[in-house]
Design a protein. Sequence first.
Length: 265
Amino acid sequence: MKSILFLILTISTLSCKENKLAKVENSKKTDSIHQTVSSSEKPELKKDSTKKVDVGFSDRFEKLPKLTFENITEQEFLSVAEKKYIDTSKPQQNDDYFFVETAVKKHQFKKYRDYGGEKSWSGFEYLGYYPDLKLFAITDNSTAESLGFGELFLLDSTNDYEYNIVSFGDGSVELPIPSVNNKYFVYYYNSVYEHKNCDIGILKINDKSNPKNFLTEYASYNSKDFAIEKIVWKTDNSFVVKGYEEVYENEKWVKKYQFYKTEFK
C-alpha cells in the first residue's frame, strides 16, 4: 500500500514539474517573440560590409575615356531644361538622429554637428532620395586637426547595398545627377585650394541583377580652367556646365562665369 502511495506521489510530483517547465518554456518563447518584435522596431545600427561597394577610383578613371568640352553661350546653357530627379523631403528624425528605412531594415544616422572634444564636427547629413533609382543620398562628415573630410554614399532602398563614391579630394563629391533616362550619373568636386579647378566623374548605371556592379566608372575630366557651379543633362550622353573662375577684384573674390557643353558615347 505504501509502495502504491509513493508511486502516486512521485507521478504527481513529476507531473507538476513538467507543467512548471512547460510554463517556463512558453514564457521564454513569449519573451523571445516580444524581444524580436521590439528589436525589429528599433533602428538597425550594424552594417553588412559585404554590401559596401566603393566606386570612382582615380586609377580606374585613368584607364577610361576623358571628356572634352567646348564653349557655349549663356543662352544655350539656359535653354536646357532641368529635370527634377531627387526628393529632398526631410526624413524621420529626433534631436540626435535621422532615420532611413529600406526594404531590409531601419537605419539610424547620427546628425552632423559639433560634438566638441576629439569628435568635434562629425556625423551624417541626409541629401535626399532618388525615386526612380530607389537610392538615398547621404554624406558622412568629420574633422581632424582642423581639416574637414567627407564621403558621399548612395544607399539602395531595395537591397541595402551601399555605394560609396570615392572623392577626388578631402571632402565629399557634390550630389550625383542622373541623366535624362537614368543611364549615367555625373558628379564633380571643386578644388578647395584653387580658384578654377575641378574634377568630374561619370558613372554608368547598370541593372540591379548584379548589385556589386550596379554603378561602374565610365569617363572623367580634370579641369585647370574652371570650377563648377551647375551641371544640367541635355540627353543621356551630353550635358552643359555653368563654370567659373574666382578672381580677386576690389578687395574681394568675384566669380567670372563661362559656359560649356560635352558629349560622349
